[in-house]
Design a protein around this ligand. Structure first.
Ligand code: BTN
Length: 338
């Protein structure tokens, strides 16, 4: 693939005469046309006009390293990348990388077009079909005090929510402990792995649904899951590279706060996206179900509920599952009548 030709065409806002390309890249007209043909085969959309010349219309929706790197404004996150067509799970591939190469760098990103055994929280499966989302894991090599480990999930959810709100203009919400929702449906899940034989090393897995149409989701998820495509006006597919680059950038910004131990700053920014205060929530812990009103949500301390018996109880993220908002039973005049 002639990357110089792509870069050159990207810099032109209009059609560029073939003679100018010849001069700029010092290659023959024949070589240019054969490179253009090869690029079109790779999925690039390039127009040729007999008088005006060439114009790059669009880049392919493929996880190509040189496209992801192009204009990537990060120093740590994604400076090293491993991109696969298909893996079982990018989190597992990241651990393989760490196991086989002790020098695996902080910020290394493992991406796959599809996962055959994408892992969700609580041993659930994460649906990761080809071309439909960003399935990625980031290697983090950093010292984090034990009582602050939940900030890794908070950092990731903050980065995703910020990116969705500021870059794609979607009303993202963080649903404690580790999900991102848009208009009441889950669009992104986060799974952080640590292993006892690797000190100060974490794998941060992010699954972001980008291009699914509703029937692409397994039936069980059709009502509760969503994708960026479904939430955007016109429901047009997005180029995943254009979503990934800002995501890596936002991740780097928050990771920087983690490395500087700015816990309060992260917690404040994170809580802007958590709209659970005052809501009725039910959750499971150790086989029991608890329902109550949310008094407070904190990235490290967890969720504090006022339970039906009036008691106040705080639940840590790693101990709970099935956190759901419940609509309180409606109190009608009939139901309160003596
Ligand atoms: C959840 O909401 O249950 C967490 C889902 C995390 C999915 C991502 S996709 C990339 C990475 N690799 C995995 O196997 N899982 C995470």
């Amino acid at each position: 693939m002639n990357i110089d030709l792509i870069s050159f065409l990207k810099k032109q806002s209009e059609f560029v005469p073939v003679g100018d390309v010849e001069k700029a890249l010092k290659i023959s007209r024949d070589a240019i046309f054969s490179d253009v043909e090869a690029l079109i085969e790779e999925g690039y959309s390039i127009e040729f006009h007999p008088y005006l010349g060439l114009k790059l219309i669009d880049i392919p929706d493929r996880l190509l390293k040189h496209e992801i790197r192009d204009d990537l404004n990060t120093k740590v996150i994604g400076r090293k990348m491993k991109i696969h067509d298909q893996v079982a799970s990018t989190n597992d591939s990241a651990w393989e990388l760490i196991d086989t190469d002790a020098e695996t760098r902080d910020g290394t990103v493992v991406l796959a077009d599809s996962q055959t055994r994408g892992k969700g929280r609580m041993g659930r499966e994460w649906h990761s079909a080809p071309g439909q989302g960003l399935w990625m894991s980031v290697v983090m090599r950093v010292h984090i005090p034990a009582d602050k480990l939940a900030y890794i999930t908070a950092m990731a959810s903050l980065a995703v929510a910020n990116m969705l709100q500021q870059f794609i203009h979607l009303p993202a919400e963080i649903k404690w402990p580790n999900d991102i929702y848009i208009r009441g449906r889950k669009v992104c899940g986060i799974l952080v792995d640590a292993r006892s034989n690797h000190a100060e090393t974490y794998v941060l897995g992010i699954g972001l649904n980008v291009n699914q149409a509703r029937p692409d989701f397994p039936e069980a998820l059709r009502e509760t899951a969503t994708s960026l495509r479904l939430e955007r006006p016109g429901a047009k597919p997005l180029n995943r590279v254009r979503v990934l680059r800002p995501l890596l950038f936002y991740l780097e910004r928050v990771y920087d706060l983690v490395r500087k131990k700015k816990w309060d700053k992260i917690a404040r920014a994170w809580s802007e996206f958590v709209h659970m205060g005052g809501k009725q929530v039910s959750l499971q812990q150790g086989g029991a179900e608890f329902t109550g009103t949310v008094l407070e949500v904190h990235p490290a301390e967890g969720i504090t509920l006022k339970l039906a018996d009036g008691a106040t109880r705080t639940f840590a993220a790693e101990t709970v599952s099935n956190v759901r908002e419940v609509t309180p039973a409606r109190v009608t005049p009939e139901s309160t009548a003596p």
